[in-house]
Design a protein. Structure first.
Length: 249
């Protein structure tokens, strides 16, 4: 059976690192500091990126991968940020749209910067923490078990879902290569419903198999968490940096 992402092969020990609870708490505090503070200038933005990059590098993560992952939020945040200057317009008054955007472009940049940094921190957490440790840390911090179970199986079966989508795409390409327009759109809708039914049936089968193996609502933890002095120091550094961002403004 394939292993969850981030798990170690049997017999191979994982070197002790920073406790996942310390990483999660530090990430949440830093995200809160970034979201709640005033808009950053370019120097502050670069300082935060350098700090996050240094932490990722020290934890043996890929800095480039974390920076790229943060870019995924820009299309969604950009669509929201583009409408932010319009909030200052009076109802029914569209004459000052150009003036509103001329005054509101710093707000657009601030929203994009906050969104990018928030996703960057979350991506850095995921890049430096194996999935089993991340789930155990979330469980220890009180995240409901149902969300942890859903998150676990989302990661477990995402590759299978991608394989099924690719198989459907190959079937369309081989059996209807010239199908275009509305008929192709209707075919995609039909296949999407078929895929949803398959996912539901597989979920029922997996649940029945889990019940047969003693599942009682929570997934078992492989190894217990252990808080060390290094974890306290890591969390303290995150708190100090977050407080510095808040107090600087």
């Amino acid at each position: 059976m394939p292993r969850l992402p981030g798990t170690q092969p049997p017999g191979q020990a994982m070197a002790p690192g920073i406790d996942s609870r310390a990483k999660i708490l530090a990430a949440l505090v830093l995200i809160a500091a970034i979201v709640l503070t005033a808009p950053m200038d370019l120097a502050e933005f670069l300082v935060v990126i350098i700090f996050i990059g240094a932490v990722v590098a020290l934890l043996d993560g890929s800095v480039i991968a974390a920076l790229r992952r943060g870019l995924l939020v820009l299309p969604f945040a950009g669509a929201i940020a583009l409408f932010a200057p319009l909030a200052s317009l009076e109802a029914g008054s569209w004459a000052g749209v150009a003036a509103a955007y001329a005054r509101g472009w710093p707000l657009i940049l601030a929203l994009l910067a906050k969104a990018y940094l928030s996703v960057l921190i979350a991506g850095a957490l995921a890049a430096t923490t194996p999935v089993p440790e991340l789930l155990r840390g979330m469980q220890a911090l009180g995240v409901p078990d149902i969300f942890l179970t859903l998150f676990t199986f989302l990661l477990r079966y995402r590759d299978l879902f991608r394989a099924q989508v690719a198989a459907l795409h190959d079937a369309i390409a081989s059996r209807a290569p010239r199908l275009r327009g509305w008929r192709r759109l209707m075919l995609y809708g039909s296949l999407g419903g078929n895929l949803l039914i398959r996912a539901y049936e597989r979920g029922e089968q997996v649940y029945d198999a889990m019940l047969a193996r003693g599942y009682a609502g929570t997934l078992p933890a492989a190894t217990p968490l252990c808080w060390r002095a290094a974890d306290s120091g890591f969390l303290a550094i995150g708190l100090v940096f977050a407080c510095s961002l808040v107090l600087y403004h």
